[in-house]
Design a protein around this ligand. Structure first.
Ligand code: NCD
Ligand code: ZN
Length: 344
């Protein structure tokens, strides 16, 4: 029986660090198991300039609990971006790429891109600089079913982006459907991040018996068993184009439901690596975990693979109900449940 696994220290290519006190909490957990994290730029003050990126990176790294932890910052793309500053920031590794949020797709995306054609000039720059386009791949229009937003985005936008900018490296973030997995697998220069929750939950875990579980509500919303199985296959076996992106996205428990609206986002940082390990074990694919956690990501981003290592022990861990520190109280994903792995 496997009792422990030693892997190259992972990177998490999709985390929401937020700001202030919340940032300290997220940084503590994320720097515990990762050497690098992509810090998503949909903060309440969107990260759209090189100056903001430099100070956000510094702020996160100065709160880190491990010495060589690194935060990588993508630019929040808008139709009114300062192109000179953006290009300068890509050339000087201040931005790791650009993140496309279609308008109203998710948290703080009201300033995202409405007409994606209008930022084709930005895609051209990313392609030329051999940088990365990170995409929240959902179209939110009032006639599109919430479960079909990823498919619509792929058909109406991504297909064309892929075919117009053939050398542009694209990451389809938090792939949530079999359709998304198939698109990534059948196209060049595109990779995908996969969250633990999309490999553990289906829509029944969110919407059941006329009740909504707000703590399982995220964007893209979790889908069917067939989608979950396809994501597991992609992560565990089709193992070159997919890598970790937890999309750990905390909201204060008290704010998760406000009036009639729900905040989308699942907080998994306290146990995400342990969850990935248990999924790979269930799929009899533990030998592939390291590729998914620590190799495919840097290869796609054109960065070095980490030199340090981390050990996961076969040891029981019960996930606490909440992460509570100071004024922060966030419901943990997998709260109260047992995981058979623990980072040593
Ligand atoms: C994220 C957040 O809250 O910032 N929410 C989510 O449901 N995943 C944004 C995102 O990545 O969509
Ligand atoms: Zn996210």
């Amino acid at each position: 029986m496997t009792t422990d696994i030693k892997i190259i220290k992972p990177d998490d290519w999709h985390v929401h660090f937020r700001e202030d006190e919340m940032l300290k909490v997220v940084t503590k957990y994320s720097s515990r198991v990762n050497r690098r994290c992509i810090a998503m730029p949909n903060t309440s003050n969107l990260i759209t300039s090189s100056d903001q990126a430099v100070s956000y990176k510094k702020l996160i790294e100065s709160n880190s609990h491990s010495k060589n932890f690194e935060a990588l910052i993508p630019c929040y793309l808008t139709e009114s971006l300062n192109i000179d500053d953006f290009t300068y920031a890509l050339q000087n590794n201040i931005f790791v790429g650009g993140k496309l949020y279609p308008t109203n797709a998710t948290t703080n995306s009201q300033h995202g891109v409405n007409d994606i054609k209008k930022i084709y000039n930005i895609f051209e720059i990313l392609e030329k600089e051999n940088s990365i386009l990170l995409i929240h791949g959902e179209l939110n229009r009032n006639n599109i079913d919430i479960f079909d937003r990823e498919k619509y985005f792929i058909d109406e936008e991504l297909f064309q982006i892929r075919n117009t900018f053939k050398d542009l490296k694209i990451v389809l973030e938090h792939v949530s459907s079999e359709y998304g997995v198939d698109f990534v697998n059948s196209n060049n220069n595109i990779a995908g991040t996969i969250t633990p929750h999309h490999m553990l939950l289906t829509k029944d875990d969110v919407f059941k018996d006329k009740q909504i579980n707000p703590h399982h509500y995220c964007m893209p919303v979790v889908k069917n068993e067939s989608d979950l199985l396809s994501l597991r296959r992609a992560a565990c076996f089709e193992n070159n184009k997919f890598f970790i992106g937890t999309d750990s996205a905390p909201h204060q428990a008290k704010d998760k439901i406000q009036h009639d609206s729900l905040k989308a986002g699942i907080f998994s940082s306290p146990c995400s690596l342990e969850l990935y390990a248990s999924i790979f074990e269930e799929e009899n694919a533990l030998e592939n975990l390291e590729k998914f956690s620590s190799i495919n990501g840097p290869k796609f981003y054109g960065l070095d693979i980490n030199n340090d290592f981390l050990t996961l022990n076969k040891e029981e861990m019960i996930v606490p109900e909440y992460t509570e520190e100071g004024n922060i109280k966030v419901k943990n994903f997998f709260a109260g449940k047992k995981i058979d792995w623990k980072v040593s």
